[in-house]
Write a protein that binds this ligand. Structure first.
Ligand SMILES: *Cc1c(COP(=O)(O)O)cnc(C)c1O
Length: 393
């Protein structure tokens, strides 16, 4: 790969490893193991595998390595490790780094499974976790301690799309020597340069925009070579969170169109948010780059565009939200995001059902809130679909 290549070129070509057959499309090496010519070679490889040498697919695989190298090239990271799912990535990134007695500061508005790792798993193993309102920079500063080992945040929260000033949080965290781990799913690799903004470790659920067509689970952790190979890899290769070579191939192909897809989806999401803003039937329209967004100024510094997801709050509460969902003809009711198909979610009764009414209220997850992941359909058709469903309410 040339250092001069821009992101879109990297997304198509970076990381390619051609076999002796000279295939155009990346090969799927659907193999668990690798053979050695001699016993001596096996011994040597176990001692220290070379750059293009593999031992066992739980440790690494050529197709998986292609995916890791390609996403690292796009993100501007020294290295990457691919995982079976986004949650294997979040768990690996944190667990490999922490030990009993460490302190972690985390934003409060987290994806349910991330909250489980921070609030349940880590605490059970003796890690002290302090939760803060991620948009409150003074709260981050106040929570930091000399023994704070890591900071965790989702750069944009789900489903209320709060934007965290990553640059400010990273400066505070680095002042006590803490590692900044960022779940950057909602911002996507296209619109956010989390490493440049100060993140040390960036995590993606590849299940979302990177696949982008609802097929495979996957995840990836990106960071320095030192962190990925010395801290993360030993943990992940022995605990079994490896990505399947088949899924890595799907993700590789997804990367080739990632930029185009995310741009088109963002265009539509922006247009829909602007069209709905001020609609009398809605209490709120939430989209990071709308002038009415509480952190619009931070959002514009953190991300080049507003992303592919918006949330709307129907004035009639849950009954209105359900009628709206059920009346949609193009958009489907599901819980994924970043997909070519537009997807609507009612967080209060699905993804955030397990939270108490009070917890939901703190996070702004009202009964009328609907999350819309905008897909690749014709934007005019999507707007008509939303309008007819609002009328049906
Ligand atoms: C989906 C998601 C995850 C988990 O990813 P999986 O691939 O489903 O394991 C983690 N964080 C965020 C913000 C997500 O949206």
């Amino acid at each position: 790969m040339s250092d001069k290549w821009n992101t879109r070129t990297r997304a198509v070509h970076a990381g390619t490893r051609r076999s002796q057959y000279g295939e155009v499309s990346e090969a799927i090496f659907l193999t668990q193991g690798f053979v050695y010519d001699t016993a001596e070679q096996a011994e040597e490889r176990f001692l220290q595998p070379g750059d293009d040498e593999f031992i066992y697919a739980r440790y690494g695989n050529p197709t998986v390595r292609m995916f890791e190298d390609r996403i690292a090239a796009i993100e501007g990271a020294e290295d990457a490790f691919a995982t079976a799912s986004g949650m294997a990535a979040v768990n690996g990134a944190l667990t490999s780094l922490l030990k009993a007695g460490d302190h972690v500061v985390s934003s409060r508005a987290l994806f349910g499974s991330c909250l489980y790792i921070l609030d349940d798993v880590l605490k059970r193993f003796g890690v002290d976790v302090t939760f803060v309102d991620g948009t409150d920079i003074d709260a981050w500063r106040a929570a930091m301690r000399p023994d704070t080992r890591a900071v965790f945040l989702e750069s944009i929260s789900n489903p209320t799309l709060e934007v965290i000033d990553l640059k400010a949080v990273a400066e505070i965290a680095h002042s006590v020597g803490a590692t900044v781990v960022v779940d950057n799913v909602f911002a996507s690799p296209v619109w956010s340069r989390a490493l440049e903004l100060g993140a040390d470790v960036v995590v993606y659920s590849a299940t979302k925009h990177i696949d982008g067509q609802g097929r495979c689970l996957g995840g990836v952790v990106l960071g320095t070579r030192e962190y990925i190979r010395k801290t993360l890899e030993p943990y992940l290769k022995h605990t079994g969170g490896a990505m399947s070579p088949f899924n890595a191939w799907v993700m590789l192909k997804g990367m080739e169109t990632l930029d185009l897809r995310v741009r088109a989806m963002t265009d539509s999401a922006t247009q829909i948010a602007e069209a709905l803003e001020g609609d009398a039937r809605l209490a709120r329209v939430i989209f990071p780059h709308l002038a009415s967004h509480p952190q619009v100024e931070v959002a514009k510094r953190m991300m080049e565009r507003g992303g592919t997801v918006l949330s709307i709050d129907l004035k009639g509460g849950q009954a209105a939200a359900f009628r709206f969902l059920n009346a949609l003809e193009i958009m489907t009711i599901s819980n994924n995001l970043g997909d070519a198909k537009s997807i609507v979610t009612h967080p209060a009764t699905t993804t955030h059902q397990r939270l108490s009414v009070d917890q939901r209220a703190i996070l702004g997850i009202t009964p009328g809130l609907v999350r819309i992941s905008v897909g690749l359909e014709d934007c005019g058709d999507l707007l008509n679909d939303i309008q007819q469903a609002l009328e049906a309410v």
